[in-house]
Structure formats: C-alpha cells, structure tokens
Ligand binder design. Structure first.
Ligand code: ATP
Ligand code: MG
Ligand code: FE
Length: 347
C-alpha cells in the first residue's frame, strides 16, 4: 500500500510517498520526498507572513508532487491513501494541503487521512537508520512546542510537562533576532555560538529546579534583551558570539535536565528527540553525554528531517495504517476541516 503525504502547516511545503508493507512485512519505507522551504521569502519580514505562506504552498505543492512520483517511479493511480497535515498550524496554510489532498483523493476514488503535525515530528526518528522501539520518553522541541511525554505506542501519548510560555525554538529565534540574526534564528545563533564563550554572560534558567518536567523560556528572552541593551549600539563580534553561546547554553541545560528528570521519574531507558531544535549540535552533544552515563539510548531524526517535511507526515499515516488505527475519510464527500489548534493528547 502506498501513502502520499502532504505537509503545509507553516512555511515548508513537503510531499512524500511511503510504502506500507503487508502485515508482518516490517517497517514502512520512504520511497521519495520533496521539500520547498519558504524561509527566504519570509526573511524580509522577520517572520512568517501567513497569507504569503498559503499562496506559496499553492504554487509549490503540485510540482513537488510530480517530483516525488517521478523519483519513486510511481503514478497517481498507485496511491492508496492521501495523508495531509490536519493541524495544528496556520489555518490558511493547512487548508492548501488539505484541499489538495482531498481533491486528489476524490479524483482517485481513494480515502484521505488527516495527520497531527506533532505526531509527525514525534515519529520522524522512525525514518532514521536507528529507529527507536516503544516505549520511550520524547522531547519534542519545535518552533511552537516544547513538551516531554511518555510514548507507549503510536497514539499513546502522556504529556509529562510542557512550556508555560515560549517554546524552545521560539527562545532561539527571539534571542537571535535581538542579536540581529536572520529568521529563523535558531541555526544562525547556533553557528555564532561556536565562536563564543558561554560563561561570559550569566543568563537565567527558569524552572530549572521546579522538580517537574515543565519549561519557561519567556524570561530568558527578556534577559537577553537586557544584555543586548547593555552592549549598546556597537557590540563586538566576540560579545555577540559570547551572548549567543550563553543563550544556547541556558536553553540546552534546561532541556537536558528536564529530559533526565522525565527519564528518572518513569524509569524508562530510551529518549527520542524530535522537532527543529533537535538539530542543535550542542543539545545533541550534551544529551549524548548525559544519556551515555545513565545507560539511556537516544534517538534523533536525521538532521534534514528535524524541521517540517512531508516524509514525517506520510510516515505517521503509515504507522497508523499498519496498526489499524487510522480514521480514513471518504474524500468523495467533499467536505473537510483543518484543526489550527489541536492538542496532541486528543489525536
Ligand atoms: P511546530 O512544529 O511546533 O508547529 P515549527 O514547525 O515551526 O513549529 P519546526 O519546523 O519543528 O517548528 O522547527 C523550527 C524551529 O527549529 C525554529 O524555531 C528554528 O529556529 C529551530 N531550529 C532549527 N535548527 C536549529 C538549530 N540547529 N539550533 C537551534 N534551533 C534550531
Ligand atoms: Mg518552518
Ligand atoms: Fe513543525
């Protein structure tokens, strides 16, 4: 069975084709994927402009679909299920992916499957060469979410703790903006931090000692702003690099401590990291070191699959289908809805 998957929740248009083997035939296989990032288009505005995002998804989605089918040596008629990101995300952007998916499926006489975007992130490490086994603790660190959860299987998610304000990716991006770096600032801040000395600035680590796997990053952004103001109009390259390193160190320390707390509380010995911030090299380095010491196995998505992509959406759909837990919709009925706000626990 072949699943075609669409991702269009924010500023990446992603399409992928996944093969779901017959029962007992092993894990789903990624046949092909294609991605277009709108980052350059939104950079001029310092962030994502929803209307422009929707329009660009419309321009990209069909050419990307043709690319994926050609690469996989498949045709539209080979597709058995059309999956798409149903939420959470930008309503207009989601409607493009959903509209295309439902139209295609209706034309093909095939069903659709709405996928939770965070479930896609969460299951993206199953596309790696070193896929995890259930159960595990998941550290989901993306642009809009920061959560620790206990994952017993697909669809069995117990949220242990989450951020009470900004997400980790947001903390990276907002601090980077204060340092004059382009959007999205996470990877730029990480690169600048390589030249810096994290001990040159003292920044807060909110809720570090709360004893619960919860997070708060809004105060960090304020502290970075205070330091930027103190540095004045012409900070040196070294000062900017030091502040970048200190910011990254503060975020990473909290993420590592809280992950260890969740592992300890549950007694689980497996950690899965997912979402854009999971690409951060310093986070990976520190998690690897801390987990090695505690005989905990850590799994990451491939670097290119940390941020939004179609492969994770098709994969999440495939894993649900394999387990007989996919709610398929009759596309011929025509009506569909997206869920811009959709807590993962309700998926
Ligand atoms: P959500 O999935 O919560 O809806 P999103 O889709 O925007 O949000 P992702 O695509 O998972 O989030 O991740 C994007 C975020 O990851 C951005 O905040 C970006 O700055 C951050 N990010 C990407 N690479 C790195 C890196 N190397 N270091 C730190 N942050 C990074
Ligand atoms: Mg993005
Ligand atoms: Fe995302």
């Amino acid at each position: 069975m072949k699943v075609l998957g669409f991702e269009s929740s924010c500023d990446e248009t992603g399409v992928a084709l996944v093969e779901v083997p017959e029962q007992g035939g092993g894990a789903p296989q990624l046949l092909a994927q294609a991605l277009h990032s709108q980052i350059v288009m939104h950079q001029a505005y310092g962030g994502v402009v929803p209307e422009l995002a929707s329009r660009d998804h419309i321009r990209r989605v069909l050419p990307l679909t043709r690319e994926v089918l050609a690469e996989a040596g498949a045709e539209l008629k080979d597709v058995d299920v059309v999956a798409y990101t149903q939420g959470p995300g930008l309503a207009g952007a989601l409607l493009v992916g959903a509209g295309v998916a439902v139209s295609l499926a209706a034309a093909l006489g095939k069903p659709t499957l709405g996928v939770h975007h965070l479930e896609g992130h969460l299951l993206s490490p199953f596309l790696s060469n070193d896929p995890p086994e259930f159960p595990f603790i998941a550290l989901l660190v993306s642009g809009g979410h920061t959560q620790l959860m206990r994952v017993d299987d697909v669809g069995q998610y117990e949220i242990l703790g989450e951020t009470i304000d900004d997400a980790a990716g947001e903390a990276f991006d907002k601090s980077a903006k204060l340092l004059g770096l382009p959007y999205p600032g996470g990877p730029h801040l990480a690169r600048l931090a390589e030249q810096g000395d994290a001990s040159a600035f003292e920044l807060p680590r909110p809720l570090l000692h709360s004893g619960k796997p919860d997070f708060s990053f809004a105060g960090l952004k304020t502290a970075v702003l205070t330091q930027v103001k103190k540095l004045g109009d012409a900070p040196t390259d070294q000062q900017r690099a030091d502040l970048a390193a200190a910011t990254q160190a503060a975020i990473v320390e909290v993420l590592v401590k809280k992950s260890l707390l969740a592992l300890k509380e549950t007694g689980l010995k497996r950690l899965v990291v997912a979402g854009g911030v999971g690409a951060n090299a310093e986070l990976r380095r520190q998690l690897n070191a801390a987990c090695a010491k505690r005989q905990v196995r850590v799994h990451y998505p491939e670097l290119s699959l940390c941020t939004d992509n179609g492969a994770m959406i098709a994969m999440a759909a495939a894993m649900r289908l394999q387990r007989g837990m996919a709610t398929l919709h009759d596309a011929a009925r025509g009506s569909f809805e997206v869920r811009p706000r959709w807590p993962l626990g309700a998926a």
